[in-house]
Design a protein around this ligand. Structure first.
Ligand code: PNS
Length: 160
């Protein structure tokens, strides 16, 4: 039985992420989506627990997908949930350099292999950081179609 961990900031999860979750769910027996801290990112919009709750709602239609938020290393969480593979989505070429470095580090730390899945060209322009900026500037309604409905609902609430 092959299980994969899909770690990310997911602040918030958007349609590009959901496509990767759905692709991974078709490829692996079990997938665990894990919102984690990224020390390179600024002030978060949502707590890890809030992100985990929104992700759980957004993936409820997928039987073999679960959610696990964590404070520590992605490779330790992978081991905890029984995943021997990490999956990450790639949008554009500029994603690759840092993703490659993290993949190599995770392999060196714990022998965990990373597989990259391509996101659809229709969502390659969507990023959580742009969504956060737009929401903070009052545009939550204008990004609602770029995120799953449970996330759009929460974005509208934080924008109030
Ligand atoms: O969506 P992101 O921000 O590109 O995801 C990056 C993330 C959260 C997967 C990465 O920062 C991470 O793995 N954080 C957990 C701590 C960790 O394992 N750091 C070492 C990474 S090599």
């Amino acid at each position: 039985m092959r299980a994969a961990l899909f770690p990310g900031s997911f602040d918030p999860l958007h349609n590009g992420h959901l496509e990767i979750v759905e692709m991974a769910a078709r490829t692996f027996d079990r997938v665990v989506v894990a919102p984690l801290h990224n020390s390179r990112k600024g002030v978060p919009l949502f707590t890890l627990q809030e992100r985990a709750g929104m992700i759980a709602d957004a993936v409820a239609h997928l039987d073999n997908v679960g959610v696990a938020a964590g404070e520590g290393l992605a490779v330790d969480l992978a081991r905890e949930v029984g995943a021997d593979v990490i999956v990450k989505g790639l949008r554009v070429a500029s994603d690759f350099e840092h993703e490659l470095q993290m993949a190599q580090m995770n392999e060196a730390l714990a022998g965990v292999v990373t597989l990259f899945l391509p996101c659809a060209s229709t969502s390659s322009f969507i990023s959580s950081s742009l969504i956060r900026d737009i929401v903070r500037l009052g545009g939550a309604g204008r990004v609602a179609s770029m995120v799953p409905p449970p996330v759009a609902k929460r974005l509208a609430e934080v924008a109030l």
